[in-house]
Design a protein around this ligand. Structure first.
Ligand SMILES: NC(=O)c1ccc[n+]([C@@H]2O[C@H](COP(=O)([O-])OP(=O)(O)OC[C@H]3O[C@@H](n4cnc5c(N)ncnc54)[C@H](OP(=O)(O)O)[C@@H]3O)[C@@H](O)[C@H]2O)c1
Length: 257
């Protein structure tokens, strides 16, 4: 397909900027919008063959319900949201355009495609789904095709549980009251690697991490499991029973690896 026009709402920064750069290299005409750009979300909804929503999670539903009704059957409405059930359902409900759900499983600083995964969710129609899938594959990304429900269920682990664990570590260290400058003098390689992640999650985009935990519709079971596991580990540690804790880890390792 030639001379494709793409409008990226939230394309001035972050993941929208990443996609804009990629699509410009692929020969598309790309218009980006932010809250202060002259071109608005409404403008790109009217002129784009493909319109991509890439705004913070808390603003996503509002943008989709505003621009979706402006779009027609031959166009495509797509999103890059880190959660998929709600935005894909909203795009289907509020627009007659083709619908593609997309979640790149990496951050905007990624420059190399090799080794990076992108989830695509079929919403409505085949034309634009096949188009974007072909672009991602041609540029070296690994595309994983899943339903929004399958995506969100696995994200309870990859995002909710993973980031919850990081947030718990950071908050517990803060609660001890021991200055990190002092703790860092005793740093091991593993501690340093973990604290780099804690720093990224707490300082770069805390609202993103908070929303992908709190906003995941399947989060409750996994949060309950985490709570119970931490209590069980604490009980074994408090009993001074290293052997039982080691046995519990070996049992888990057999399930995991
Ligand atoms: N960051 C990641 O690692 C990552 C990875 C995969 C998917 N995602 C998803 O990508 C989407 C965007 O996240 P991001 O991290 O790229 O965010 P970001 O870096 O904060 O960029 C957000 C973009 O949206 C615009 N924006 C901010 N608030 C807005 C509002 N209320 N209404 C309209 N536009 C607004 C911003 O433009 P102005 O500031 O110029 O207004 C900017 O262009 C989210 O759905 C997130 O779940 C993020």
């Amino acid at each position: 397909m030639k001379n494709i026009t793409v409008g990226i709402i939230g394309g001035t920064n972050g993941m929208g900027r990443w996609l804009a750069d990629l699509l410009v290299k692929e020969g598309c005409i790309v218009h980006v919008t932010g809250r202060k750009t002259e071109m608005t979300a409404t403008d790109v909804a009217r002129i784009g063959d493909v319109v991509v929503v890439s705004v913070p999670i808390a603003a996503t539903a509002g943008v989709i319900t505003r621009v979706g009704p402006l779009m027609k059957k031959g166009q495509a409405l797509m999103d890059l949201t880190s959660l998929k059930k709600e935005p894909v359902a909203l795009m289907l409900a509020h627009s007659e355009a083709e619908v593609v759900g997309c979640h790149p499983l990496f951050g905007p600083s990624v420059t190399e495609s090799a080794g990076h995964n992108i989830v695509l969710c079929r919403g409505r129609g085949d034309t634009w789904y096949a188009w974007i899938k072909a672009i991602f594959e041609k540029t070296g990304y690994h595309v994983l095709e899943r339903t929004p429900a399958e995506h969100d269920r696995i994200m309870t682990i990859v995002q909710a549980l993973n980031h919850l664990n990081t947030i718990a570590l950071g908050m517990a260290i803060a609660e001890t009251g021991i200055p990190l400058t002092e703790v860092n003098l005793f740093s091991t390689p593993i501690f340093k690697a973990k604290m780099d992640i804690v720093k990224k999650v707490f300082t770069e985009s805390p609202e993103l991490y908070a929303d992908i935990i709190a906003g995941n519709p399947d989060r409750d079971n996994v949060l309950r499991t985490y709570e119970q596991v931490v209590l069980d580990i604490c009980d074994l540690a408090k009993a001074g029973d290293g052997a039982k804790l080691k046995n519990a880890m070996e049992t888990a390792a057999k399930k995991l690896f």
